[in-house]
Design a protein around this ligand. Structure first.
Ligand SMILES: Cc1cc2nc3c(=O)[nH]c(=O)nc-3n(C[C@H](O)[C@H](O)[C@H](O)COP(=O)(O)OP(=O)(O)OC[C@H]3O[C@@H](n4cnc5c(N)ncnc54)[C@H](O)[C@@H]3O)c2cc1C
Length: 154
């Protein structure tokens, strides 16, 4: 059996580098209409009067997300968007803008004194910035847990 040459994290970094190369150092943006047709979005697709809203991240590079990610990732992305469109109707309108990639780094690994995220006496490190969470639910849950301990101190 062969072993993969790169770990999951290294693979994610390679995807990021590939996207950065294609985006000229910035994220890539593409209209869903173009994405569905396998067509690169051009600057004109964001400045013309075809669609009536401006990109929220105008500095992103118009391009083809289909060239930046493996087919397996693109298929999963497309399936997820189709499902999302059933609860957020209109999401798949051709004018919707997709941005790629989303790169998340959580490098902090604080040493805690206890399970209340206490790093020092009276110092609690919670949420994403502290490296304690990686999403909304864990962020608020870490805050609640620290609050429980803070209340005990009073
Ligand atoms: C594009 C994107 C998509 C995401 N999608 C999801 C998702 O689908 N599901 C999910 O669970 N999570 C998602 N997340 C992650 C989620 O948003 C975070 O995990 C969560 O918001 C972290 O909460 P937090 O309170 O730790 O930090 P934040 O929400 O970042 O809050 C930190 C706050 O501190 C403020 N601040 C920073 N520095 C200072 C300072 N010096 N003084 C005072 N205030 C300061 C900031 O302005 C900010 O308001 C997404 C994040 C991004 C960026």
């Amino acid at each position: 059996m062969t072993e993969p040459l790169a770990s999951g994290q290294a693979f994610a970094q390679m995807l990021g580098v590939q996207a950065a190369l294609l985006g000229g150092g910035g994220p890539i943006m593409q209209r869903i209409g173009d994405f569905r047709l396998g067509k690169r979005s051009t600057r004109a697709a964001f400045s013309g009067d075809l669609y009536d809203f401006e990109p929220s991240l105008a500095s992103a590079t118009p391009g083809d997300i289909g060239l930046s990610a493996p087919a397996k990732v693109l298929r999963a992305l497309w399936n997820a968007m189709k499902l999302l469109d059933t609860i957020v109707p209109g999401l798949l309108h051709p004018s919707t803008i997709m941005y790629y990639p989303e790169i998340k780094l959580y490098a902090n690994r604080p040493a805690f004194m206890d399970t209340y995220f206490r790093a020092r006496e009276h110092l609690y490190l919670i949420g994403d910035g502290a490296g304690t969470s990686r999403g909304i639910t864990a962020a608020w849950a870490s805050g609640l847990r620290a609050a429980d301990r803070i209340l005990e101190d009073r």
